[in-house]
Write a protein of this length. Structure first.
Length: 349
């Protein structure tokens, strides 16, 4: 029996500190899935019947040293690959020798200028380069985006939680708004299949129309609107993030008023759908592997009490100790598991 949807959290480390993060990811976290372990898990599922689609998640997957190799390993099996990202990676700093070489090239470029103007121009540009060189993180380069397309990545999904810089940085717990915008534009320009995930919360739900406008400009073909799930840091910050009934009603009106302005396709997550719109397969042929190796039925349960899930008959094996016991089943659930456990009762579609 094939796994239709496998979400693999390959790392917990992340350059952001999102208020709503379900994985409690951060730059101080060190859990990571070793490449050899990853290959062993993929091989196991292929023996069971295959994997239709795998999603690379985290943390921030671009901080994993073997990300490209992992994607290629899956593509060699013919697996559809999706990469979830905040569009930020470690900055590759220039060495002192490279900076000195750059300075000489600038001096040559401005050789025809009067000495004082040449010195001023070179000093200005070197200060700019040094400022960016000292930044701990950077956007994903165009070359990296082109390589992802070359190795066959099927889709790249950006976490995009605000059209305004302050809103985005507040929710993401970072100052990376400009970096993710650059990464998104580069991904679209090189021709990758791009998607953006938006979670409406108290702080950002009014910005949906502006987000749609930005995605139209960037040429994104799809936007996914997902429900806020109070888990991880999201549980700690639920009072300041979860919309009340009045805010949810206002968001529904905003959604209805601007949904057709988007030039691509808008997908709405299961918790925000009416009950009969999509069949839940959580824990059947849909699985999540956390950064610590725990296997769960769906991303909505990454911080849910394991004992409660077990009492409900949902197994939670671990790839390090129970890999051979992991099973894949066919069928659908009569009622979405996330709605049952979290009592979700709002829908926008």
């Amino acid at each position: 029996m094939a796994v239709k949807d496998l979400c693999f959290e390959i790392i917990q480390k992340c350059p952001n500190n999102c208020l709503f993060c379900s994985s409690c990811a951060g730059i101080d976290k060190n859990c990571i899935i070793d490449f050899e372990v990853f290959k062993k898990v993929i091989d196991h599922f292929m023996k069971l019947g295959g994997i239709d689609e795998i999603s690379f998640s985290g943390g921030e997957p671009f901080l994993h040293p073997n990300l490209f190799e992992m994607i290629m390993y899956c593509k060699n099996y013919g697996i559809r690959t999706v990469l979830f990202t905040s569009g930020v990676k470690y900055n590759v700093k220039m060495s002192d020798l490279e900076l000195e070489t750059l300075k000489r090239k600038l001096e040559e470029q401005y050789a025809s200028y009067p000495p004082s103007e040449r010195e001023k121009a070179v000093r200005h540009f070197m200060n700019v380069y040094r400022r960016y060189n000292d930044m701990p993180f950077s956007a994903i380069s165009r070359e990296e985006m082109e390589y992802l397309k070359y190795i066959g990545l099927d889709k790249i999904v950006f976490d995009f939680q605000g059209a305004e810089r302050d809103t985005y940085n507040d929710l993401m717990g970072s100052t990376n708004f400009d970096l993710v915008e650059s990464s998104m534009i580069r991904a679209s320009v090189v021709g990758l299949n791009c998607d953006a995930h938006f979670v409406p919360m108290k702080k950002n739900y009014k910005e949906l129309r502006d987000i749609i406008e930005l995605l139209n400009i960037a040429g994104f073909p799809s936007l996914s609107i997902l429900n806020f799930v109070p888990q991880g840091r999201g549980k700690d910050n639920a009072d300041t993030l979860m919309m009340n009934e009045e805010e949810m009603s206002e968001f529904k009106r905003i959604y209805e008023s601007c949904r057709y302005e988007f030039k691509g396709e808008i997908r709405v997550g299961i918790p925000l759908l009416q009950e009969d719109r999509h069949k839940c397969t959580a824990g059947l042929d849909k699985l999540v592997i956390k950064y610590d190796g725990t296997v769960l039925p769906c991303p909505a349960f990454k911080e849910y009490d394991i004992e409660v899930l077990n009492r409900m008959g949902i197994k939670t094996p671990n790839i390090y100790t129970d890999l051979e016991q992991i099973e894949v089943h066919n069928g659908t659930r009569s009622y979405p598991l996330c709605k049952k456990l979290y009592n979700f009762n709002n829908s926008i579609k």
